[in-house]
Design a protein around this ligand. Structure first.
Ligand SMILES: [Zn+2]
Length: 495
């Protein structure tokens, strides 16, 4: 398809004056959204868990032609949703070629374009924007200036052109005018200084603004969308009232409501398709990883106001796969099957995602991280093994049995030892693993059971990842004494 290249051609095409003159960006979003609703096309493909909550509210905001704000904690796909709004823009938008603010050819607002159309008339050149080019995003920080956001007066340009300082021809446009006829997203709105918020409000309300004391008229056509942490946003004095009043809809986002939803998101976002060995991630490993985030979101030692991002399980599973990958490469194993011990090895992908409260700080991020993993294992174990009789396995350890399963132990070696534990391997049918499955899968499953028993304190495990009998309260003193180790042994961190 070839597009009209001059104003004259444009007039005679489907981009007629009648259609485009008054079609503002919010009308365009609305029309295209209505078309989606009519044809039952998904509005935000890939956004999971918001179908009945966030999405209908966004739809209403767009139908209402509102500027809106998404309020939510970090890692709730806020930026992603805002970016996805571009899919509701027309595939091609004509504008006056060379215009910094992408003027509508039928209603240019900048002097340069009005002058050009005056000179060239119907021969004025036309260019086109893609939806992505019409999306401008800015992370608000306290040091954002009017110059960044709205524009600046360029005295050199003014002198050279012989213009009055306040003339539009001397304005160097900031981000907002450059988003003209598109979507402008400001993330973390409360971090924007008060006087910048005033500037933003003036543009929204009056279509003019003062730059360095000079009034500049800018009747922009922009859909403004924002995101913010709910507590920052509602805190008194963080947002100037007139600006708040101009934001039509406040929409709250949330974390996945169920472990299953969380898994769907994590699976979609994590980098798992790697070159090399076949990868098989057991369901229980995915569940444990997801439950770490769920547990963290409820933990008193972790700051509720900043939340626990969905990026925690995503980074964690990537690291888990890598640890399993490393083991498979070292032992030339065919299938990469992550184990629970790989989750402990992925602690570096977890701790950085936790904002600790005072109590958590005292205990340390590693300790808090391990505690979360352990509680996630216990819950997941219960899903599969509540009601199962594992007394025989516990007894095996109580009778003095011991087994070491390092996270880099080869599956074939460990499997031999695991088989000696009476009553263990036949329980694995509960997680769909049988004797005919790959050694890698059997070891992972058996280790999950042992980790589950350990998480419930029914058996013990030490720093060398040796599973032993559980500590009997009466024997504690004696046992600690027996197990004392020399001071020179390098210690693996206690998982
Ligand atoms: Zn222009």
């Amino acid at each position: 398809m070839s597009f009209p290249r001059t104003l004259g051609e444009l007039r005679r095409s489907s981009f007629s004056e009648e259609r485009l003159l008054d079609r503002h960006v919010k009308d365009e979003l609305r029309e295209n959204l209505i078309e989606r609703l009519r044809t039952n096309t998904p509005i935000f493909p890939g956004i999971v868990g918001y179908e009945d909550t966030v999405v209908p509210q966004i739809v209403n905001a767009i139908l209402s032609r509102h500027n809106f704000i998404l309020l939510g904690l970090r890692g709730q796909a806020k930026s992603r949703i805002l970016r996805a709004l571009t899919s509701l823009l027309d595939p091609h938008l004509p504008y006056v070629a060379g215009c910094d603010i992408h003027d509508n050819p039928y209603a240019p607002i900048c002097r340069r374009c009005r002058d050009r159309i005056g000179e060239c008339g119907e021969a004025t050149a036309i260019a086109y924007l893609t939806p992505e080019e019409r999306y401008v995003e800015k992370l608000a920080t306290p040091d954002v200036t009017i110059a960044d956001l709205i524009g600046d007066i360029d005295p050199i340009k003014a002198a050279r052109g012989g213009h009055e300082l306040s003339s539009e021809l001397t304005v160097h446009y900031g981000l907002l005018p450059r988003a003209n006829r598109g979507i402008f997203a400001i993330n973390e709105l409360p971090d924007l200084a008060g006087k910048i918020q005033v500037g933003l409000f003036n543009i929204m309300q009056e279509g003019d603004v003062q730059i360095k004391g000079y009034p500049v008229r800018l009747p922009l056509d922009v859909a403004l969308v924002f995101s913010a942490n709910p507590e920052d946003y509602t805190a008194r004095g963080k947002i100037i009232t007139p600006l708040k009043d101009r934001i039509g809809s406040e929409i709250r986002t949330h974390y996945p409501a169920t472990v299953e939803e969380g898994i769907t998101i994590t699976t979609q976002e994590a980098w798992a398709e790697r070159d090399g060995n076949e990868l098989s991630i057991p369901k229980y490993v995915r569940e444990v990883i997801e439950r770490i985030a769920f547990a963290a979101r409820e933990d008193k030692k972790i700051d509720k106001r900043s939340g626990v991002s969905q990026r925690l399980p995503i980074s964690c599973i990537e690291n888990v796969i890598s640890n399993a990958e490393r083991r498979a490469i070292e032992h030339s194993e065919k299938v990469v099957v992550p184990r629970v011990s790989d989750i402990y090895a992925a602690l570096p992908a977890i701790t950085g995602k936790l904002e600790l409260e005072y109590e958590g700080e005292m205990k340390g991020a590693d300790f808090v991280g391990r505690e979360l993993i352990r509680s996630a294992i216990a819950k997941t174990y219960d899903q599969y093994f509540s009601g199962a009789n594992l007394q025989q396995v516990v007894q095996w350890f109580e009778l003095g049995g011991e087994i070491q399963i390092l996270d880099d132990s080869a599956a074939s070696e460990v499997l031999q030892s695991l088989r000696k534990i009476q009553g263990l391997m036949d329980k694995l049918t509960r997680i769909n693993v049988g004797p005919k499955d790959a050694a890698e899968a059997q070891v992972s499953a058996a280790e999950f059971v042992l980790e589950g028993l350990h998480a419930h304190k029914r058996i013990g495990r030490n720093e060398e990842r040796i599973f032993t009998a559980g500590e009997k309260p009466v024997k504690i003193a004696e046992k600690t004494f027996e197990r004392e180790e020399g001071p020179y042994r390098p210690r693996r961190p206690l998982n």
